[in-house]
Design a protein around this ligand. Structure first.
Ligand SMILES: NC(=O)c1ccc[n+]([C@@H]2O[C@H](COP(=O)([O-])OP(=O)(O)OC[C@H]3O[C@@H](n4cnc5c(N)ncnc54)[C@H](OP(=O)(O)O)[C@@H]3O)[C@@H](O)[C@H]2O)c1
Length: 316
């Protein structure tokens, strides 16, 4: 089993990635920028991600670093482009430099928003063409790993569904991407409230949803196999928001008659264009990792299990 450092483990995806890697027997250390509190479930090291020397110190002895930390604030990254660049590309460069010194693999989590959204089921080798600064920053971070890491890979994810491991009452609201969509719908309908699925040509309307637990499992496989290049951690079904809502009602035994469809509230729009169809083809990736892309129904059943047990339920 590998010794794996994880950045961004206090976040939505990183917490589940840390949980799944630890459950699968890896030795996990989370690299955090402030004390995560006594309830934080995994080993952690205070880390200055602005310093290559400090990253070398905390990565010493690691076989791999799963890099998920980002500045997740659209308004701020537009308001201060230099800070945005540093928080994505600069931080990734520093992680790569330190990993190269200690001989660790770099596993970068990237995004389906590297694509322009006018295609369908993008393949791993299809050239990216981001429509907003977040996508630009993710592409630049990808290229840093592909061109500069001695060992490592890029794993694009999108339509991510799951529970936040350490902020149990964290935000669960619909946004112009797919994150939190399923659980926000489940929350509303379970409370007896109606739910309006946004439909709009200017939001992300098609994706290949995957649960964050499966991202953790696939990441572990990628590290174990020492893969390189670009991977698509995509679910096996491309769905619209409407189709995902209906599949959710089916799997969670909720009343589809409580779901409405309507426009996006103005206050939810981003100050930038959003790609429409970011569905990805992950067949080549799954074959390299010795597994399959699981259907949206299978992903939702695993998410229901996670909700009911409190434990991530990866499929691979
Ligand atoms: N969520 C999605 O639907 C989705 C979709 C596609 C791709 N992704 C990718 O998945 C990854 C994780 O995203 P997420 O949604 O889990 O984000 P998130 O919940 O906002 O978590 C971001 C994490 O980054 C950490 N961080 C931020 N700046 C840092 C710094 N300077 N040094 C150290 N740590 C820092 C945060 O730590 P603090 O707790 O200290 O702030 C937090 O742990 C990202 O690479 C993102 O691009 C996510």
């Amino acid at each position: 089993m590998a010794r794996i450092a994880v950045t961004g483990a206090t976040g939505f995806v990183g917490g589940t990635v840390a949980a799944v890697l630890a459950d699968k027997g890896h030795d996990v250390t989370c690299l955090v920028r402030s004390d995560p509190g006594e309830d934080f479930p995994w080993a952690w090291e205070l880390t200055d991600t602005g310093s290559v020397a400090d990253l070398e110190r905390v990565l010493d002895g690691a076989d791999a670093v799963a890099h998920l930390a980002i500045l997740n604030d659209f308004a701020l990254m537009y308001a201060d482009r230099r800070a945005g660049w540093d928080a994505y590309v600069g931080m990734t460069d520093r992680v790569i430099d330190a990993a190269n010194v200690v001989g660790a693999q770099v596993a970068l989590i990237s995004s389906d928003w590297v694509f322009d959204g006018v295609g369908h089921l993008y393949a791993e080798d299809f050239p990216p063409n981001p429509v907003n600064y977040y996508g630009v920053l993710k592409v630049a971070s990808e290229l840093a790993v592909l061109n500069r890491a001695d060992r490592g890979f890029v794993a694009r994810v999108g339509g991510v569904q799951g529970l936040h491991q350490t902020k149990k009452h964290g935000p669960r609201t619909q946004d112009v991407g797919f994150g939190f969509f399923v659980l926000s719908l489940v929350d509303s309908l379970s409370r007896g409230d109606r739910y309006t699925v946004w439909e709009d040509p200017h939001i992300n309307n098609v994706a290949t949803p995957i649960i964050s637990a499966e991202i953790g499992a696939l990441l572990g496989r990628g590290i174990d196999r020492g893969v390189d290049g670009i991977l698509h951690f995509a679910g096996g079904t491309a769905v619209t928001r409407r189709e995902l809502a209906m599949a959710t009602c089916e799997v969670f035994d909720l009343d589809p008659g409580m779901v409405d469809f309507g426009p996006v509230p103005d206050e939810a729009r981003l100050p930038a264009p959003v790609p429409f169809d970011t569905s990805m083809d992950g067949a080549e990736t799954m074959s390299r990792l010795g597994t399959v892309a699981h259907s949206v129904e299978a992903q939702l059943r695993a998410l229901r299990e996670e909700l009911e047990t409190g434990r991530p339920a990866p499929l691979s």
